[in-house]
Design a protein around this ligand. Structure first.
Ligand SMILES: *Cc1c(COP(=O)(O)O)cnc(C)c1O
Length: 438
């Protein structure tokens, strides 16, 4: 990739680090000429002037038709079809995730339903890991049966379990790594190996695609496409957005699917607001490395603190040496320079004589924190400037009935901490006080 300065000097971007690239993005993009702005200008126009009927007609026939018309400067028509702020965000996220293209959506769920929507049709089947984000579970279990799309959850901690659910109708393997909320780590390369074996027996139309939700790690900690994923999805609302001000979602993957994703977005309508695209491009992406670096340092300290605390049953944090997936995490979760980057989320369970008592103790802790802690806010979401604490079983994963929590890998008393940018000792002080009430 190269960029052209005003005096026609070509700058080779590939000579610079990814962290620097996230600040500059593409200085001059095919999508929009704004050479004299230091930050990208914000665009807010639902419709675009078309000059002539002929140019309007050309715009419509070129839209989502890159196979025939190629890339290059788009003819903008209407925000729901395409618009410069979103296009620039997509270019930059595709670059950092090592994908050929990206298409943005109004939310993470907009992105997830779009990629699953284009890869499946009635009669198809989707295999997922047992543990998934609550609304993804709800999409697969409450809505997909209406379309006759079957959902088959398995324990992908052993990727060979794919074979136990595999049928000729299986079209997608979908998982999160680390998984929400328990932070289980799935071996991406191993899943790739298995899917390659299966695909070698199939014709191109019926091949299985691997889709990975990389929201928990962010591209700073993990680039699944490099490890074998076909597609990556993100909730931009979380670590990439970074400040908790805007919702968004994105799908990254192979170029040949870009048109379909854009058509899906046009017709199902989950369009990212350009003002949110601009915020994520201007604030979220450039600060991703420094935010993540700080959050990882803090998360490691908090995880160590909880790990030895007498009232804590266990802690799942990919950076803890006694975490069951530590070795795999070390292999998969690395920053742009190759350092181990275990992320900003922690899952832990407080002790109790029974699951019910452990749950009640967890609720006590969280209720105390909600009222007394300065640095921990009881709230869902993650990747925020502020540390957020929540109870998955009654909040983000409340779609799971209590008797199915264990099947979904969720402890009744499990607590999720999404580390923010505060001083680590301040958060630990608040946690220590909150643990005292148990
Ligand atoms: C939040 C979240 C989503 C959904 O994203 P929204 O932007 O809230 O729609 C999907 N996957 C994971 C892992 C999440 O944490």
């Amino acid at each position: 990739m190269s960029k052209e300065k005003k005096n026609n000097q070509i700058i080779d971007e590939s000579k610079y680090s990814m962290g620097t690239h996230l600040i500059y993005g593409k200085y001059k993009t095919d999508k929009w000429d704004y050479a004299h702005h230091v930050t990208a200008p914000i665009s807010s126009s639902t419709t675009f002037r078309l000059d002539s009927v002929e140019r309007g007609a050309q715009g419509f026939s070129q839209f989502a038709n890159t196979k025939i018309f190629g890339e290059g400067q788009p003819i903008f028509i209407y925000d729901r079809l395409g618009e410069p702020n979103k296009d620039m965000l997509e270019e930059n996220i595709a670059y950092v995730e090592k994908g050929e293209m990206a298409v943005s959506f109004a939310s993470g769920m907009g992105a997830i339903s779009a990629i699953l929507g284009i890869l499946t049709k009635s009669g198809d089947e989707i295999i997922t890991h047992n543990t998934l984000y609550g609304c993804t579970l709800s999409l697969l279990s409450n809505w997909y049966p209406r379309y006759n799309i079957k959902w088959n959850p398995v324990d992908l901690n052993n990727p060979d379990n794919i074979y136990s659910m595999l049928t000729e109708n299986t079209k997608v393997i979908y998982f999160e790594t680390p998984a929400n909320p328990n932070l289980e780590i799935i071996d991406i390369a191993k899943v790739r190996e298995i899917v390659d074996k299966i695909n070698s027996q199939r014709n191109p139309e019926s091949r299985i695609n691997i889709v990975i939700d990389n929201t928990f790690a962010t591209p700073y900690c993990q680039r699944p496409i490099e490890l074998g994923a076909d597609f990556v999805v993100h909730s931009l609302t979380k670590g990439i957005g970074g400040f908790g001000t805007d919702m968004g979602g994105i799908v990254i993957g192979r170029k040949e699917y870009q048109d379909m994703l854009q058509l899906y977005r046009k017709d199902f309508g989950a369009v990212l607001n350009p003002k949110s695209a601009w915020s994520i491009l201007t604030y979220g992406l450039p600060t991703l490395p420094i935010r993540m670096k700080k959050q990882i340092e803090t998360a490691a300290k908090i995880a160590e603190f909880l790990n030895t605390h007498p009232k804590v049953e266990f802690v799942n944090y990919p950076g803890l040496k006694n975490f069951k997936h530590y070795e795999l995490a070390k292999k998969q979760m690395v920053d742009f320079e190759g350092n181990f980057a275990p992320g900003s989320l922690i899952y832990f369970v407080v002790k109790g004589a029974s699951p019910l008592e452990s749950k009640n103790n967890g609720i006590k802790l969280m209720d105390y924190a909600a009222e007394h802690a300065y640095t921990m806010t009881l709230a869902v979401s993650l990747g925020h400037t502020r540390t957020l604490i929540e109870h998955p079983a009654s909040m983000t994963h409340s779609v799971v009935p209590p008797e199915q929590l264990a099947d979904r890998g969720i402890d009744a008393g499990g607590i999720r901490i999404a580390v923010g940018l505060e001083n680590a000792d301040d958060i630990i002080q608040d946690l220590e006080n909150s643990l005292k009430v148990i």
